[in-house]
Design a protein around this ligand. Structure first.
Ligand code: NAP
Length: 262
């Protein structure tokens, strides 16, 4: 099963110290990659990198602000300077700034969310792909959501007052299209692009909410009857990051316990 190994591959994970970010980094590190964990809270990223290093893995935390183009350029450039290459970019970060229902949206809230979830996403991918083209290979993995393959299921929230913001649906559908654009355009340069669309994350989301109507409904409407746990994203991310998926590009892999299969 050596095709699942990614030894010494250089992998940048945006938002890598967040809920889904941590198991993504852990999986890539366990599979052998040199993991660079990046977000605005450099301390949090470095703290998690330290945790991984203590387990014997290769990891480093760096500052990255996806809302700032020079920060993006600096991070990519410094990775290439230090490691001589960048093999895998996992676009996992999300900003929830400005997430609202349509009637509550104003220009500022739209711009706040687009700046990170659309502009930042494209600029960091562009910066990484510039180097990937020169090195003759690359792998982009975008972390989407069930909200990027279907419309929100509003009844699931019951009377909790919770909702799914309109800009999240827009961003995540866009991400799937963006993934396919990269796959189709850069295939000839030996660069692959795929998306993972996960369902609700248990340890981060469901557990912090507690047992409310939404949590109960979500479990009921998920064929596997539960939220995602820490391990659920690990296999899919290693599959897409490794040669095990060498002929897979432009794909959107649903990791949602069946939520979207009804
Ligand atoms: N949680 C879920 O149930 C769920 C379900 C389906 C899909 N997803 C997807 O999974 C991915 C991760 O979500 P999550 O819930 O795990 O997120 P999270 O824990 O809230 O983490 C979001 C990450 O994004 C980083 N970030 C935000 N703004 C940034 C900026 N300007 N520059 C750089 N980094 C920034 C944050 O770090 P800093 O604040 O330090 O910058 C944080 O590490 C997202 O793409 C999300 O859409 C999540």
């Amino acid at each position: 099963m050596n095709i699942f190994r990614i030894d010494q591959k250089v992998a940048l994970i945006t938002g890598g110290a967040g809920y889904y970010g941590k198991p993504i980094c852990m999986a890539l590190a366990e599979a052998g990659a040199r993991v660079i964990i990046a977000s605005r809270s450099a301390d949090k990223c470095e703290e998690f990198a330290q945790f991984l290093r203590e387990k014997g893995y290769l990891a480093k935390g760096v500052h990255l602000d996806l809302g700032n183009e020079s920060s993006i350029t600096k991070v990519i450039k410094s990775i290439v300077e230090q490691y001589g290459r960048i093999d895998i970019l996992v676009n996992n970060a999300v900003s929830r700034e400005g997430f609202k229902n349509l009637e509550d949206l104003d220009k500022k809230s739209l711009e706040d969310s687009q700046l990170i979830n659309s502009t930042g996403l494209m600029l960091i991918t562009k910066a990484a792909i510039g180097f990937m083209r020169r090195q003759g290979s690359g792998n982009i993995i975008n972390i989407g959501s069930i909200q990027g393959v279907m419309g929100p299921h509003f009844p699931v929230y019951g009377d909790t007052g919770m909702t799914s913001p309109v800009n999240y649906t827009y961003d995540k559908w866009g991400m799937v299209g963006f993934t396919k654009w990269i796959a189709n355009y850069y295939g000839k340069f030996n660069i692959r692009a795929n998306c993972i669309s996960p369902g609700g994350y248990g340890p981060g989301v469901a557990e912090s909410i507690g047992e409310n109507e939404f949590v109960a409904n979500y479990k009921k409407l998920t064929p596997l009857g539960r939220f995602a746990n820490d391990d659920d994203i690990k296999g899919p991310i290693v599959f897409l990051a490794s040669e095990a998926s060498a002929y897979v590009t432009g794909h959107n892999l649903l990791v949602d316990g069946g939520w979207t299969s009804w």
